[in-house]
Design a binder for this molecule. Structure first.
Ligand code: XIL
Length: 369
């Protein structure tokens, strides 16, 4: 009797663990698209078994949250820091994950020296291109065959579809975007190459991006996908706007990727409304309302929002190849410190204890049923 009970228990446990494996996020959407996660340095080299199990069980694509950005990987002209990148691609290989590089050319997290000569004046286009070429060849070249897709240029457009007045643009005009893609294609001819931006759901911005991407393609420059970052809020953008974005990118001839998905559940302070964005908001009742735990109402809204968004993604799974979450758990999300510092946010699918949010997962499972 005891033996039978024990045997029964063991089988139940085995089945349960097997079932749990099967029910990871990536398995839920295995017929739809890759499910990715952005990882930081601690997670990439983690010895915490819960962290490792979470990554392995739920994600089949990886993104580097910060570690491959110019300022981190190439802080000085002659100095590169590849510790993160090497560990990151090793993890990608170990998990057999679709491994993303982020990002080669951006106006943020790039050191000033890239744009300046020894007197501090802006360099000319030729010098800038030489620095860009060295950077891309060295970084994308090192991970050739190990990184399957690169965000080549990040956030080069304004909301109205015009070019952002970055130092890249000031020095080289819009051609810097093409030059970055030309270099990336040379550094790793096999890698997919992406243009990545936020608010791609806005028609004006999207039109600017797509016109330029089509122009590049017509000139024979390799560009495979447009990444919609997907930093969303509970109420905005509308589902129609998200859907329109996906359809438009597809119709323009590019793959669609959701590259940095999260849902901000906190009220957004606007500097226009008088909030001082430099202050710490930890003790603000108004802007940090869930510092001791999210309310059931807000959690329910989050679950519904994710279900609604994934229903759109599912509907267009023939156009979308990857959906990546910007962070593993609420504990790690950049939204605890953006757009203001010191808040307690709940934008992801795993909570601060790394446990799955039950209500969100139940709703999500409903989407593909
Ligand atoms: C963010 C990181 O998550 C933060 O840790 C860092 O302090 C700033 O950058 N768009 C992007 C990402 O393309 O690289 C940004 O990541 C979030 C917005």
């Amino acid at each position: 009797m005891i033996k039978t009970t024990i045997l029964f228990l063991v089988i139940t446990l085995l089945l349960a663990s097997h079932k749990q494996k099967e029910k990871g996020l990536k398995d839920l959407f295995e017929d739809s698209f890759f499910i990715g996660v952005a990882l930081n340095g601690r997670q990439v080299s983690s010895e915490d078994s819960k962290v490792n199990a979470l990554i392995e069980g739920n994600f089949n694509s990886l993104s580097p949250e910060n570690g491959l950005k110019w300022a981190l990987v190439h802080p000085q002209p002659e100095s590169y820091h590849f510790e993160f990148g090497d560990a990151y691609v090793a993890l990608g290989e170990q998990l057999n994950a679709f491994t993303i590089g982020h990002c080669l050319v951006w106006h943020q997290q790039v050191p000033d020296w890239v744009f300046e000569d020894e007197t501090g004046a802006l360099v000319d286009k030729e010098e800038l291109y030489s620095r860009m070429r060295t950077h891309i060849q060295t970084v994308a070249g090192r991970y050739k065959g190990k990184i399957q897709g690169w965000d080549v240029v990040n956030e080069a457009f304004n909301e109205d579809g015009s070019f952002r007045e970055s130092k890249w643009f000031q020095i080289a005009g819009s051609d810097f975007i093409k030059e970055a893609f030309r270099n990336a294609a040379k550094a790793d001819p096999e890698a997919e190459l992406y243009y990545n931006d936020y608010n791609v759901w806005k028609a004006s911005k999207r039109n600017g991006i797509l016109d330029f991407a089509k122009e590049m393609k017509a000139e024979g420059i390799k560009i495979d996908a447009i990444g919609m970052q997907g930093h969303y809020q509970l109420e905005s953008p509308s589902l129609e706007e998200i859907e329109r974005g996906i359809i438009d990118i597809h119709e323009a001839g590019f793959k669609v990727m959701i590259t940095e998905l999260d849902v901000d559940v906190l009220p957004r302070p606007r500097s226009a409304e008088g909030a001082d964005l430099n202050m710490n908001f930890a003790n603000s009742e108004e802007y940090n309302p869930y510092k001791d735990g999210i309310s059931p109402e807000a959690e329910a809204k989050l679950a519904q929002r994710y279900a609604d968004i994934f229903a759109i993604f599912e509907k267009h799974k023939d156009k979308i190849t990857r959906v990546t979450f910007w962070g593993l758990s609420d504990r790690n999300s950049w939204l605890n410190n953006f757009p203001v510092r010191g808040r307690t946010n709940y934008p992801l699918l795993f909570d601060r204890n790394l446990d799955p949010k039950k209500e969100v997962f139940e709703k999500l499972a409903g989407v593909i049923r």
